[in-house]
Design a protein around this ligand. Structure first.
Ligand SMILES: *[C@@H]1O[C@H](CO)[C@@H](O)[C@H](O)[C@H]1NC(C)=O
Ligand SMILES: *[C@@H]1O[C@H](CO)[C@@H](O)[C@H](O)[C@H]1NC(C)=O
Ligand SMILES: *[C@@H]1O[C@H](CO)[C@@H](O)[C@H](O)[C@H]1NC(C)=O
Ligand SMILES: *[C@@H]1O[C@H](CO)[C@@H](O)[C@H](O)[C@H]1NC(C)=O
Ligand SMILES: *[C@@H]1O[C@H](CO)[C@@H](O)[C@H](O)[C@H]1NC(C)=O
Ligand SMILES: *[C@@H]1O[C@H](CO)[C@@H](O)[C@H](O)[C@H]1NC(C)=O
Ligand SMILES: *[C@@H]1O[C@H](CO)[C@@H](O)[C@H](O)[C@H]1NC(C)=O
Ligand SMILES: *[C@@H]1O[C@H](CO)[C@@H](O)[C@H](O)[C@H]1NC(C)=O
Ligand SMILES: *[C@@H]1O[C@H](CO)[C@@H](O)[C@H](O)[C@H]1NC(C)=O
Ligand SMILES: *[C@@H]1O[C@H](CO)[C@@H](O)[C@H](O)[C@H]1NC(C)=O
Ligand SMILES: *[C@@H]1O[C@H](CO)[C@@H](O)[C@H](O)[C@H]1NC(C)=O
Ligand SMILES: *[C@@H]1O[C@H](CO)[C@@H](O)[C@H](O)[C@H]1NC(C)=O
Length: 796
């Protein structure tokens, strides 16, 4: 989760970067106000910075350091008082000698990409009477390891009020609490994602005095501890406390209720147990309360209903039991976001209840709502996000339901229910639309031209793709799997220029495969339709494509004989996604996780009427792990180049007319776990002494002239030379050739993987929104779109 969140923060920061980078400073070339000593300090600081991108280029061209980018001087003394280097793309070493600037009160080096921090060795160079009030060193990328061994150097910064070191690796600092408690004026402390692991403080927590603190962010560390009861005595005036994602266990200490000024409390994603005290109703000022993703049990205290300042309430993914009724919410008139998903609570809301709030986000996913759609939800006409997946809903009030779902503006998720409406006359205005696994019937609805994700799979939609869908210019991800859709998809595809993921499996689409495929496509699944004609060569020119499935159609002709430009299947682009990332697809019947990952590359052309020789180009796609050409009419031999496809895990060439011998080089395929060469015209001996013998006879049967283990013995008279022993070097040349080709093809994939896939992965998206939430900001999908475009420019 940490990595996800940090990468996501990285995305956001990039966005901010775009908007702040080109700041133009107005300078006066005639006067040099700058103090000479300050200038020297600044130049020492600059000396170790790698500014290859020119973020602080004015530092060398201007004489007056007060006119340098990011440097601010006092108008009377001309001493440097403020240094703001946020988002300057600085790399190399961050030398904190900069703290020697005598009158510096504000230092912001955040969101850069430094590799090392040099902290002052002794404190005596930083004046005891340091004026520094604000210090922010948080890096742009949290999981890039920017270390700091200890925080001792902080002790001279006696005026410090704001200290932000989030994202710096502080695991070696064994008593961070002691270090920060030497700062008498500290108001705000942010040490999120610092890899802190010591929370139980010795000798005892009361030893420390952090009484001035009002904001404390410690999320994403690894405290693996309970919350000491005295912890909340540290910080009585605190208004914002974030302890999310910390592996904290045990009960919520009752001393928390002393924090009367608390406005923002986030304890989510820990392992807290026990029940929530009724006393929580005393936190009268609380606006944001997040207890989600813990193991809290018992009843949700009815006193929550006293918290009339609440804007955001999250209690989902706990072990709460009992009932919750409209009474609990009767005073929560400011409520804006309500997340109660994944719980067994019984909801007892009167049918005629009209809530006092107007929500922007509501999540009741995976709760026992059904079979009726809760009537009070229809009153929420300002929803941006509505998550009601897996809630057992089958009955809706048609008119109210229609206007509700049309009004949802960001994400509508009704997956995994049994809703059987005809919504063909509606226009859905959200960016993220998930109605999969229901019984929706009739024609497809109209969709906002801003839609990014559309998943309507496993329903009974029929008819063809509406003409209005031509306008889905931002569409990134479309799944129509398993419906009764028909007609041609020709015209639309070329308009969906941003499309990355397309699954039209199991419908009755017909016609030829369009030749103008969007160039960013990563996944193309047209399986089990009625497509006919030849495979357009343009498909093999999609450099991001890593999953191509055209199986079970009526395709004919031979495979295109052009140069295959499928770079993703040749180069293993490691940064694309964390390797444990999965994209959810669904198999008929049960839900299951089907892994589509950039490191799992697939070509499946099986069960068509393809013929002719297989293009040599196919065997140059050395990263392909699954290749299925079975049940076609392919002819010709398997080239020994196949030995270069070293990642192959599953190879099916069965039921074709392949002939000739099985190349010795196939024994290079060390990961091969499934092989089927049956029902062809292969001849000669199965290469001996290799793992090709570990497959049983069914992998080879129905090749009348093929022999050797596991098939029948070859008779030596017929075949005197074929029983030669396996030799290591025979195919080295071809293997090397493939490898070489793999390296040759461009590295230009850029960050596309990260950006592209953000849309595909629920987990990420939620983390993304959570992050936005934490920052207290609201950047909506338009920003994602901007990021998208920005990245594209960047990766060129
Ligand atoms: C630049 O300096 C000159 C000479 O001191 C002064 O007259 C002028 O107002 C200054 N301009 C700006 C923009 O500060
Ligand atoms: C500075 O950064 C650039 C780009 O990241 C890199 O190519 C170069 O080697 C770096 N120089 C030093 C001295 O670190
Ligand atoms: C302290 O400052 C002096 C000169 O002002 C310098 O020679 C010395 O290297 C500095 N020490 C550290 C630890 O930065
Ligand atoms: C903590 O420090 C503040 C001022 O710095 C002081 O007023 C307060 O009494 C101290 N509290 C404890 C428990 O030492
Ligand atoms: C967190 O801490 C626990 C115990 O101290 C340790 O076993 C675990 O590996 C740590 N996790 C991470 C991600 O550092
Ligand atoms: C915390 O403070 C309260 C009063 O403010 C006091 O009653 C309690 O004993 C303190 N707890 C600890 C563990 O210091
Ligand atoms: C808080 O809620 C409880 C139960 O709903 C109620 O009895 C009590 O009067 C409320 N307290 C305040 C201060 O509103
Ligand atoms: C959840 O609560 C039930 C009682 O409501 C209890 O039996 C069960 O052990 C709890 N599960 C966990 C994981 O705490
Ligand atoms: C709300 O809940 C209370 C208690 O469950 C009930 O008495 C009341 O009639 C409900 N309905 C409305 C519309 O508030
Ligand atoms: C859709 O609109 C048409 C024309 O207005 C109407 O005939 C049809 O009954 C509507 N379908 C549904 C499901 O409301
Ligand atoms: C296998 O068949 C090919 C023709 O398809 C022939 O040239 C070759 O000699 C045969 N090899 C053996 C060992 O029979
Ligand atoms: C096949 O040949 C091996 C030795 O080459 C022999 O041990 C085995 O019995 C033979 N099997 C058959 C079915 O002829």
């Amino acid at each position: 989760m940490t990595i996800l969140t940090t990468q996501i923060s990285f995305l956001l920061l990039l966005l901010l970067y775009v908007t702040t980078f080109h700041k133009i400073t107005c300078t006066n070339h005639t006067v040099v106000r700058c103090n000479e000593k300050d200038r020297e300090t600044l130049l020492t600081f600059k000396q170790d910075i790698n500014d290859s991108l020119g973020g602080i280029s004015t530092w060398s061209t201007e004489k007056d350091c007060c006119a340098w980018e990011g440097v601010y001087c006092d108008s009377i003394t001309n001493k440097v008082t403020k240094l703001d280097m946020q988002f300057k793309k600085l790399e190399g070493e961050m030398n904190l000698c900069i703290l020697e600037l005598e009158f510096l009160s504000y230092l912001d080096l955040s969101y850069n990409d430094f590799d090392v921090i040099r902290v002052p060795i002794t404190q005596h160079n930083i004046t005891r009477s340091s004026k520094l009030v604000y210090l922010d060193l948080a890096p742009l990328i949290f999981d890039k390891t920017l270390h700091m061994d200890n925080l001792h150097w902080l002790s001279s910064l006696s005026s410090l009020k704001y200290l932000i070191l989030s994202g710096i690796d502080l695991r070696k600092e064994t008593n961070w609490l002691q270090a920060v408690s030497t700062l008498p004026s500290l108001l705000e402390l942010q040490l999120s994602y610092c890899k802190l692991n010591n929370f139980m403080i010795k000798p005892s927590i009361e030893y420390f005095n952090l009484s001035s603190l009002v904001t404390l962010y410690l999320s994403g560390n690894n405290f693996t501890s309970n919350l000491p009861n005295g912890f909340f005595n540290l910080t009585k005036d605190i208004t914002s406390l974030d302890l999310a994602q910390n592996n904290i266990y045990g009960e919520i200490p009752s001393s928390m209720l002393n924090l009367q000024n608390l406005r923002h409390l986030d304890l989510s994603e820990n392992q807290l147990q026990g029940s929530v005290s009724h006393g929580i109703g005393q936190l009268a000022n609380i606006q944001h309360l997040d207890l989600s993703i813990n193991m809290l049990g018992g009843f949700i205290p009815v006193t929550l209903g006293n918290l009339s300042s609440l804007h955001s309430l999250s209690t989902g993914s706990n072990n709460f039991s009992g009932e919750i009724s409209n009474l609990t919410f009767s005073k929560l008139s400011s409520l804006d976001e309500l997340y109660l998903s994944n719980s067994n609570i019984v909801f007892r809301f009167d049918l005629d209840w009209v809530p006092p709030f107007r929500l922007h986000a509501l999540s009741l996913a995976n709760t026992n709502q059904g079979p009726n759609f809760s009537a009070w939800i229809y009153t929420q006409t300002s929803l941006q996000d509505l998550y009601l997946s897996s809630s057992g809903i089958s009955l809706v009030d048609r008119n109210k339901f229609s206007s509700l779902i049309e009004s949802v503006s960001n994400e509508l998720n009704l997956s995994n229910n049994s809703i059987a409406e005809d919504i063909s006359n509606l226009t859905l205005n959200c960016f993220f639309l998930r109605l999969d696994h229901n019984n929706f019937k009739g024609g497809l609805p109209n969709i906002s031209s801003m839609a990014l994700i559309v998943d309507l799979s496993y329903n009974s939609f029929s008819g063809s793709i509406p003409h209005s869908w031509k306008n889905l210019l931002e569409l990134t991800y479309i799944i129509l799997w398993s419906n009764k859709l028909s007609g041609e998809v020709l015209g639309h595809l070329s308009d969906w220029k941003q499309l990355q993921f397309m699954n039209l499996e199991e419908n009755e689409f017909s016609g030829t495969i369009p030749i103008n495929m969007p160039q960013y496509l990563e996944v193309v699944i047209l399986r089990a339709n009625q497509f006919e004609g030849t495979i357009p060569s343009q498909l093999f020119n999609l450099s991001y494509l890593f999953h191509l499935d055209l199986a079970h159609n009526k395709l004919s002709g031979s495979m295109p004989n052009c140069i295959y430009n499928l770079s993703q299947m040749v180069t293993l682009y490691v940064d694309a996604l964390p390797s444990d990332t999965t994209i959810e697809l669904f198999q008929k019947g049960q839900d299951y996780m089907y892994e589509v990952r950039p490191d799992r590359r697939t070509i499946d052309l099986s069960v068509n009427s393809l013929s002719g020789k297989v293009s040599m180009e196919l065997f140059r796609l050395v990263q392909v792990q699954t290749l299925n050409l079975s049940h076609n009419h392919f002819t010709g031999t398997i080239p020994k180049m196949i030995g270069g496809m070293k990642n192959m895990e599953s190879l099916d060439l069965s039921n074709n007319k392949f002939c000739g011998e099985i190349p010795q080089s196939m024994s290079h395929l060390n990961f091969l776990g499934y092989l089927n060469l049956s029902c062809n015209n292969f001849n000669g001996t199965i290469p001996m002494g290799t793992q090709l013998q570990s497959f049983n006879a069914s992998s080879y049967i129905a090749n009348p002239e093929l022999c050797g283990t596991p098939l029948k013995n070859c008779t030596t008279e017929e075949n005197p030379i074929t029983a030669k022993p396996y030799t290591e070097n025979e195919d080295d040349d071809s293997a090397k050739e493939s490898l070489y080709l793999g390296m040759g093809i461009g590295f230009a994939v850029g960050f596309w993987g990260i950006f592209g896939s953000l849309f595909l992965i629920t987990k990420w998206r939620h983390a993304y929104y959570r992050f936005i939430d934490r920052v207290g900001d609201k950047l909506y999908v338009t920003s994602i779109v901007k990021l998208n475009n920005f990245d594209r420019l960047w990766s060129g």
